[in-house]
Design a protein around this ligand. Structure first.
Ligand code: FPP
Length: 245
């Protein structure tokens, strides 16, 4: 029996978040430039998106560019931005055919104008799609996201439109970039690194973590299915005991 057939379709994670790591090391291992890794990383994005649609996962969030990634060499940053534009332009048809709604989270105003335009056009064109919401975290940093939310809430308290005692976890979540997305059930990171790297710190509070030794360009839909299968073997207690579940 292949791994996909072992997955219980009634217990799928509703939201999978992925830290796509290892493009540079994979390319270097082959004696190529880092950009070669990113190009092949795009193929892995397509593969995993197709896998998520095939099995029926409604939310997929990809850490595509962190706020810290701006510090990389200019040439690499430019190559990543160009890859993003060309991928979005090329994939629009696939998004429409497969019911993919595109979303973007992060400090989007920091992105070059042409990226913002392509993103906005693609989000607008796919906003009615409902099979899978693909969220790209771009120029994203979770601490900044949390601070932004806190400042907006503090403003409302200062203006008297919100009382401190009304600030609940649910209310706070509504001020994050992910307001209309459920918290991830499963977070995958490739390349053998085992850290969160300023990704969805609030939202990952009860998320199951799965680490793969594979570099991102090597990651296939079967690896995604393996992660989902492993996730299904876990008991999520949310702080309770087994007996209380
Ligand atoms: C991490 O590998 C990967 C990134 C910083 C960028 C991910 C981008 C893509 C896969 C391409 C564009 C994305 C989309 C959604 C079309 P790394 O460079 O940090 O690898 P390293 O740790 O080996 O250096």
């Amino acid at each position: 029996m292949n791994i996909k057939d072992k997955i219980d379709r009634a217990k799928l994670p509703q939201h999978i978040a992925i830290i796509m790591d290892g493009n540079g090391r994979w390319a270097k291992g082959l004696g190529k430039l880092r950009v070669f890794g990113h190009k092949n990383g795009v193929s892995a994005v397509r593969e995993v998106l197709e896998g998520a649609i095939e099995i029926g996962v409604p939310y997929l969030t990809l850490y595509a560019f962190s706020s810290e990634n701006w510090n990389r060499p200019k040439l690499e940053v430019r190559a990543l931005m160009e890859l993003l534009i060309s991928s979005l332009t090329k994939e629009l048809k696939t998004f429409q055919q497969n019911g993919v709604k595109l979303k973007a989270i992060g400090n989007l105003n920091d992105l070059p104008d042409n990226i913002q335009k392509t993103l906005n056009d693609t989000m607008e064109a796919t906003k009615e799609n409902s099979k899978c919401t693909l969220t790209l975290a771009l120029s994203y940093g979770s601490r900044t996201e949390i601070l932004d939310a806190t400042k907006r809430i503090a403003d409302q308290v200062a203006q008297g439109t919100l009382k401190p005692e009304d600030i609940t976890e649910d209310l706070f979540s509504q001020y994050l970039y992910t307001a209309d997305i459920p918290d991830p059930d499963l977070m995958i990171r490739t390349s053998g690194e085992q850290r969160i790297s300023n990704f969805l710190l609030w939202q990952l509070a009860y998320t199951e973590l799965w680490f793969s030794a594979k570099m991102w360009p090597e990651f296939t839909r079967n690896d995604l299915f393996e992660a989902i299968f492993d996730y299904q073997s876990r008991e999520r207690r949310f702080g309770k005991t087994s007996e209380q579940l």
